[in-house]
Write a protein that binds this ligand. Structure first.
Ligand SMILES: [Zn+2]
Length: 232
């Protein structure tokens, strides 16, 4: 038996770790006390490490950014994977980020869109085909094709007149979250493309319900576009 100098308890010899340097060949602290001391040291050390890392990051924010940038540059595969995972887990945030980026970089976004569709023709063709199929599925037999075509011509006219891309937008989205819109003239409006991407498939009930207001806004747009073109 041996008494631990730490807890003062007397325990069998195998409750003490070996220490060749000591007289009786055992450590002065029992195993339980050693384990406890190690645990506490580890805990304090982890705290210290976290605190140090925080202080370091604060003091070296610029250096860290540079380091991270270089790491991303040197590990493009890992970075892409990290980015992909983040987007998967933060779909909502990712969409919002994309939207803000497009807003701040309209020209670059268009260029990227062109570049992307050229570099990925299969994806682009597939999504165009899906859009067409969705249009066909959403077009009832009674849809007034002539009026629909006229609305698309208004979008082209506005694009030409205002020097900005105008889109035909489905007020109730064809594949909306809570409703399924139709490809009919009374569900169409002409708006700047930047507004279209912002809407994010949300239902604009006011316009969907107020057909007269819709017609008025379309008529007003035609008049404004014609005036703008005449001025030019
Ligand atoms: Zn002890």
């Amino acid at each position: 038996m041996k008494t631990c100098t730490k807890c003062g308890k007397t325990k069998p010899r195998d409750m003490f770790s070996k220490n060749a340097a000591s007289k009786d060949g055992l450590q002065s602290n029992c195993k339980a006390c050693s384990a406890e001391r190690y645990r506490r040291w580890h805990e304090q050390n982890a705290d210290a490490k976290r605190e140090y890392s925080r202080l370091y990051c604060e003091a070296n924010a610029e250096a860290m950014r540079e380091y991270n940038r270089r790491w991303r540059e040197q590990n493009p595969e890992k970075e892409r994977e990290r980015h992909r995972r983040w987007r998967e887990q933060n779909a909502e945030k990712a969409r919002e980020k994309d939207r803000r980026w497009r807003e701040a970089n309209a020209e670059a976004a268009r260029a990227y869109g062109r570049h992307y569709s050229k570099a990925n023709p299969h994806i682009f063709r597939a999504s165009a085909a899906r859009r067409r199929a969705s249009l066909v599925q959403s077009t009832p037999a009674w849809s007034d094709g002539e009026t629909v075509a006229r609305i698309y011509r208004v979008a082209a006219l506005a694009t030409r007149a205002f020097g900005e891309q105008y889109h035909v937008d489905h007020i109730v989205p064809l594949r909306g979250k809570n409703a399924t819109g139709l490809h009919v003239h009374c569900n169409l409006r002409v708006i700047p493309a930047r507004e279209n991407s912002r809407k994010n498939a949300k239902l604009d009930e006011q316009l969907a319900l107020d057909r007269a207001a819709l017609a008025r806004s379309l008529g007003a747009l035609i008049l404004r576009a014609r005036a703008a073109l005449e001025v030019l």
